[in-house]
Design a protein around this ligand. Structure first.
Ligand SMILES: [Zn+2]
Length: 519
């Protein structure tokens, strides 16, 4: 009798363990199959990047993106909503067209910066002038009236339009070295020239505007063929355009050589007053522990030099695709799966900071946050972000992920808490276990990050698919985990620079009334 009872109990335990293992393996297999056989990534990328377009905070396109995401989630049977947390200066990009009109006519390649004031339909036509070499800020003030009625060239003229890797491949070692030395000298001279004006590249635009310049042309080369960074204008009334390295060099040389070039700039845009800022939140409610959360996290906004395909379109579609797959193969999660498509990350993690500040109850219930935001590449690094026991649970969850995905991933435990850079930091600062699924670069920093080239064609779909599978499996395992994750913090090391012990980052408040200074 006794033996029988024990045997029955043992058998029961065995079959229970077996059935749990079976379920987990089964769900993981289904996730992989759904991701590979029914991928929606290409469709999502087309609809978001090509049709909605860039997602600069305060633009109508950001609102359109949110409407699109909510409709898409609802189509998959996932509840979704827009959550307002503040306002921003409303602005909409219009046509940019820049032409050299004297001494010959040619269309130039460039675009107005974000929040550039409009020239109107007719545009402006004017002579060009370069920031001069002056002895000091007093001399610069004396020179300043010269900009009246002119368009000012404010960037250094790059000595080569070829990226270093191109020189490395083809130049003789001597000429590559010489070019780098010459370029260093030029950069030093330009920075000393700027310094002597008494302004920085960030503050000089406003000063030129005050002195009567009617437009500003810059070229912020990103060290790759055809790649420029496209940030914001920082003027109140006059347009700021960025030109390609090639066309900027042309104008610069002509101006320097006294060829009296004239350009015409049409840069139309609309001011739209104050508009709401928001996060777009989707949710698959937990059945057993609805107040505990697994958060799929990626910022939804972008700069608007292109369509934000790798920053952070790919992070966005990774999380959306993972959510779609989970809803299909794991429709009744143990814990709540929440997808955070954050607004205004680019201006300082505003959306996620607002979410953390506005939802202490959700933050308290966080099981794990998985954030992805550094390009289209497959995930190659996961850090424990300073959480002492992250190794236990992250390691456990990763065990379920197929080897062809995990073999690329290096882990780092306990790691150090990220103080910024992307939205996971907003959660880490609040002490919630949040992790960055960090990607292989694919030339992110030079070619796509905040550039005019961050477009659909740069997406590497196989890598994004790899990431969607990884995210879905991690989220599934985090949701099913028998225990709630530990938040115990590791003792942080001494900062070798200051000699002081590092401290855990503190939560920061978001900008809830943004863009007003730029007006
Ligand atoms: Zn980003």
């Amino acid at each position: 009798m006794k033996t029988n009872k024990l045997l029955t109990a043992l058998l029961l335990l065995l079959s229970l363990t077996f059935s749990i293992a079976q379920t987990s393996k089964d769900v993981v297999d289904k996730i992989v199959a759904e991701a590979n056989n029914n991928s929606q990534l290409e469709v999502l990328a087309h609809e978001l990047m090509d049709v909605v377009g860039p997602r600069l905070v305060g633009t109508p396109q950001m609102k359109k993106a949110s409407d699109w995401a909510i409709a898409t989630y609802k189509k998959w049977g996932i509840e979704a909503r827009m959550e307002e947390y503040g306002t921003w200066r409303g602005w909409e990009r219009g046509i940019t067209h820049v032409d050299l009109v004297y001494p010959r006519v040619v269309s130039l390649s460039g675009m107005q910066l974000a929040w550039s004031p409009s020239t109107g339909k007719k545009g402006i036509t004017a002579d060009l002038i370069i920031i001069p070499e002056v002895t000091d800020s007093i001399a610069f003030q004396k020179w300043l009236p010269n900009v009246k009625g002119k368009i000012v060239l404010v960037s250094m003229n790059q000595p080569t339009g070829r990226p270093d890797y191109n020189w490395e491949e083809f130049a003789t070692p001597e000429s590559f070295e010489k070019m780098k030395k010459d370029r260093d000298a030029l950069e030093e001279a330009w920075s000393s020239r700027m310094k002597k004006t008494g302004f920085t590249s960030r503050t000089i635009n406003k000063e030129l505007e005050k002195a009567g310049a009617i437009g500003i042309v810059q070229s912020r080369w990103s060290n790759g063929f055809g790649a420029n960074k496209i940030f914001s204008a920082d003027t109140k009334k006059i347009p700021v355009v960025d030109l390609s390295l090639e066309d900027y060099g042309l104008l610069y040389r002509m101006t320097e050589n006294g060829d009296n070039p004239k350009i015409k700039v049409v840069a139309e845009s609309k001011e739209l007053g104050k508009v709401p800022t928001f996060n777009t939140i989707a949710e698959i409610k937990g059945t057993e522990l609805p107040d505990e959360y697994v958060i799929l996290s990626a910022h939804f906004d972008s700069w608007d030099g292109a369509t934000g395909a790798t920053d952070n379109g790919t992070g966005t579609i990774t999380m959306m695709e993972a959510a779609r797959i989970l809803k299909k193969v794991y429709p009744n999660p143990k814990r709540t799966i929440l997808i955070g498509n954050w607004g205004s990350e680019e201006q300082g993690l505003n959306g996620s900071r607002a979410f953390v500040e506005d939802h202490p109850e959700i933050v308290a219930g966080i099981q794990a946050v998985f954030n992805q935001d550094n390009g289209t590449g497959r995930v190659v690094n996961i850090s424990g972000q300073g959480f002492l026991h992250a190794y236990d649970y992250i390691g456990r969850w990763l065990n379920s992920v197929p080897e062809d995905i995990t073999k690329h991933i290096e882990t780092n435990f306990p790691g150090t808490p990220g103080g910024g850079g992307s939205d996971y930091a907003s959660f880490v600062a609040a002490g919630a276990p949040a992790f960055s699924l960090s990607s292989l670069s694919w030339s992110y920093w030079n070619y796509t990050w905040h550039t005019n080239l961050d477009t659909y064609d740069k997406i590497v779909f196989d890598d994004v698919r790899n990431n969607a599978i990884l995210t879905a499996i991690m989220a599934y395992e985090a949701s099913e985990d028998a225990s709630k994750t530990s938040r115990e913090k590791s003792v942080l090391p001494i900062n070798s620079r200051t000699g002081e012990q590092r401290t855990w980052p503190e939560p920061r408040s978001p900008e809830r009334n943004g863009g007003v200074d730029e007006k």
